[in-house]
Design a protein. Structure first.
Length: 416
């Protein structure tokens, strides 16, 4: 079962809307119009042996100042966890979308430590400068939590022995293991490494980190690659990735997003998050395709358009960063955001159609726009296409890997 909800108030008790918010519907004591937005959106997904909760939390629109906004977002997130019958110890990952990482990282980290408490648990955590596109919003938090399903409670434990600055969590569910590693960078702060040296070291560090947990590169279902200057460095990143994957016989390549995002610490020019699966409880991990797009390696970018991970009777589908591209690899509709958004969504829809599913099976999404002013147009295109309005869906400002692209979406779906 997949259930999405919206939460209107930031303080418990919380009232769930149960489905989409319609015109004039009263939710949690407030009147929500068609474009009204909850402080927290959440999707609850039943998988074999566990239940996942995907969440996105944002501050109330009338809250100003970063410290107040990040505290409000965490308060909303923690309240939503309580409403779903869990707490900080159930959180697997968090990603903070910041508007100015150099000025905000210390306060964001302090707010995270306060939110997760003194119990020793901390999720795999990513801090990025990818400003939320909503006017006046300085931070948004996406998180993943896991709670018991049929067959007992999943075990969640931090990953030890990771490089400085990186963090990770291991989710053990019966005979299935899933590792989330966040914040991997190449080199050390202050070492003055050029981009290629940093990216080479980044991929090597990812392999070493996986091996330290008894995992192999072939276990990786998805990566996220964040570049401080994607226009300058994306071609070099692609060459570093191709060289590394070739040397380590990584085929097929995992799903991935390569996107502008200033990582922490600020002198690192690229960073990586990843998720890997192994164990007898994990079935096939295989790439997916869409007839409306060519394959990314055709133009020198080594990733799969998406990756399906079979987990018993259900599968998790990771949709790579997807933009307005055609079957020959050409950018469609340059300069026309609305048309690009429609093609982007068609391509996502076609990836899911190949898995016997539709956009209604999305459980989480991030859309990157070059211009914050395009946020409402993207939301309108998503609503018209049938993207559920109550899933966690962050829209943030980031340059995409081709200058002509105005938007790009990544997503996670669960299919039967």
């Amino acid at each position: 079962m997949i259930v999405s909800d919206g939460i209107e108030t930031a303080a418990p008790p919380r009232t769930f809307s149960g489905g989409r918010t319609g015109e004039g519907l009263t939710v949690g004591g407030r009147t929500a119009g068609r474009r009204a937005e909850s402080l927290v959106t959440a999707t609850r997904v039943d998988l074999p042996g566990l239940t996942e909760i995907h969440l996105a939390a944002r501050p109330a629109p009338d809250v100003t100042g970063f410290v107040a906004q990040v505290a409000g977002a965490y308060d909303a997130l923690l309240g939503a966890l309580v409403a779903h019958g869990c707490g900080p110890a159930n959180v697997v990952t968090e990603r903070l979308f910041l508007s100015d990482i150099a000025a905000q990282a210390a306060d964001a980290a302090a707010a995270g430590r306060s939110a997760w408490g003194a119990g020793g648990h901390h999720p795999a955590s990513t801090l990025l400068q990818q400003p939320p596109a909503r006017p006046g919003q300085l931070v948004e938090i996406q998180a993943l939590a896991a709670v018991a399903g049929q067959g007992g409670a999943p075990a969640l434990q931090p990953l030890a022995g990771l490089p400085p600055g990186a963090s990770g969590c291991l989710l053990v569910n019966g005979s299935a293991r899933r590792a989330h590693i966040a914040g991997l960078c190449g080199g050390r702060p202050g070492d003055a490494l050029e981009f290629r040296s940093q990216s080479d070291a980044l991929f090597a560090r990812a392999e070493t980190s996986l091996r330290s947990q008894g995992l192999a590169l072939r276990s990786v279902a998805r990566t996220w690659l964040f570049l401080a200057d994607i226009d300058r460095d994306y071609a070099e990143l692609n060459q570093a990735r191709r060289d590394f994957f070739g040397a380590h016989h990584v085929a097929p390549a995992p799903a991935s997003t390569g996107i502008q995002g200033i990582p922490w610490p600020p002198d690192r020019r690229c960073a990586m998050d990843l998720v890997a699966y192994d164990g007898p409880g994990v079935g096939a991990i295989r790439p997916i395709h869409a007839p409306t797009m060519n394959e990314a390696p055709d133009y020198g970018s080594d990733f799969s358009r998406g990756m399906r991970v079979d987990l018993g009777r259900r599968a998790v589908v990771y949709i790579s960063g997807t933009a307005s591209i055609d079957a020959q690899g050409r950018v469609l509709h340059p300069g026309d955001l609305a048309a690009q958004a429609r093609r982007m969504l068609l391509n996502v829809e076609q990836l899911l159609a190949g898995q016997g599913a539709g956009l209604d099976r999305l459980v989480q999404a991030v859309t990157y726009v070059k211009r914050a002013a395009d946020r409402d147009a993207v939301l309108a295109a998503c609503a018209a296409a049938g993207v559920p309005e109550t899933i966690p869906h962050t829209i943030c400002v980031a340059d995409v890997c081709r200058p002509e692209w105005l938007c790009e979406m990544e997503a996670i779906a669960v299919v039967d």
